[in-house]
Design a protein around this ligand. Structure first.
Ligand SMILES: Cc1ncc(COP(=O)(O)O)c(C=O)c1O
Length: 346
């Protein structure tokens, strides 16, 4: 394989994060999050996201989403989300199975909800026969590599609150979004009125670790119990905390995610005008989606790692990460150009 554009999950751990794990590996420390590193990282997250932020470290993003939603919802409530949401298409039914949460999905162009789209699921309110919408979940940046502007999130939060619902942000790629928008993390979470955030660490360069950040005081007391019940209370929490501490130090997350975003922009710019290549979504974070002439993706996949995203349309996804090299992007773009040209001369 010449280079991987499969996923930011394929990327290695950031060296600073690896060093932080080693540094945390000194002697004994209290378990289950009662250690000094976890206390420091919780304080750090409060500094980033506001004094009322309550961070809870967990082990993966599916759990962050499911446990956060358990905190936001009552048993008869569901969550409005885009049809393309990770919650809906890539969590193996975890929200439904582990938490009994019904997903109220909406077809959402380019992966983005709008108040108008959400409104289509705000029906049968007060009807005991119908699941009641209790939260809206948005993904920032989206599964399709697009972004919500802060004011778009604020409008969704306002609508949710006006209807007695909460706003959850699936921020598996929150770092990419904040880096792309050139704003602090709180500008797309706390400041827009979000109630809970799944703050992703793994795709930003951790070995493993995500944080559920509750931004509403009254939900926080339940979270320790929900996290434990959901099997996400890490006994050696200090190693998860140490990784996040490194990621937050001097905004390492912004440098790492900013680089990934820049590489995606470079790739998009190199292929967008090629005859036969259709870039299908605005490239606003670290992913490029495209449709290629028949057979081209399969030919490229012999040498280059990437996924076919939609088997029906042949749409492919090219994902960049903190370690993507400009020369690999350029070589890949040249390979795409050659493969596409080959189909025309054939
Ligand atoms: C938008 C989004 N949310 C959540 C996740 C977290 O998933 P995992 O449980 O694999 O860490 C992912 C990972 O692909 C994702 O893309």
């Amino acid at each position: 394989m010449r280079a991987h554009f499969n996923s930011d999950n394929y990327a290695p751990v950031l060296p600073e994060v690896m060093a932080a794990i080693a540094a945390a590996n000194q002697g004994h420390a209290p378990a289950y999050g009662a250690d000094a590193v976890t206390a420091r990282v919780e304080a750090r997250m409060r500094a980033e996201l506001g004094e009322h932020a309550h961070p809870f470290l967990v082990l993966n993003g599916t759990a962050a989403n499911v446990v956060a939603l358990r905190a936001l919802l009552r048993p008869w409530q569901g969550v409005v989300c885009a049809e393309s949401a990770h919650l809906n298409v890539d969590e193996g039914g975890a929200p439904e199975t582990m938490a009994g949460i019904k997903l109220l999905t909406v077809p959402a162009p380019h992966g983005k909800l709008t108040p108008e789209l959400v409104a289509t699921r705000l029906v049968r309110i007060g009807d005991e026969h119908a699941v009641q919408p209790g939260a809206v979940s948005v993904t920032q940046s989206t599964e399709l590599g697009t972004l919500y502007a802060p004011q778009e999130l604020a409008a969704l939060a306002e609508q949710a609150h006006a209807n007695g619902m909460a706003l959850h942000v699936d921020g598996a790629r929150l770092a990419n979004a904040a880096a792309a928008l050139d704003v602090p993390l709180r500008a797309i979470t706390t400041d827009v009125g979000a109630d809970a955030v799944s703050f992703g660490g793994t795709k930003a360069g951790l070995m493993l670790g995500e944080a559920i950040v509750l931004l509403r005081e009254e939900m926080a007391p339940a979270l320790p119990y929900l996290r434990k019940q959901s099997m996400q209370l890490a006994s050696k929490m200090r190693y998860v905390a140490a990784q996040f501490e490194a990621l937050l130090e001097d905004e390492l997350w912004r440098r790492a995610a900013g680089h990934a975003n820049a590489m995606a922009a470079r790739l998009a710019a190199a292929v967008v005008d090629l005859d036969g290549v259709t870039v299908t979504h605005a490239v606003q974070a670290n992913a490029v989606f495209a449709v290629l002439p028949p057979g081209v993706a399969e030919r490229l996949q012999r040498d280059w790692g990437f996924y076919t995203w939609d088997e029906r349309t042949g749409e492919v996804r090219w994902m960049c990460s903190h370690d993507t090299r400009a020369e690999d992007v350029d070589a890949f773009a040249a390979a795409i150009a050659a493969a596409v040209a080959g189909t025309r001369s054939a």
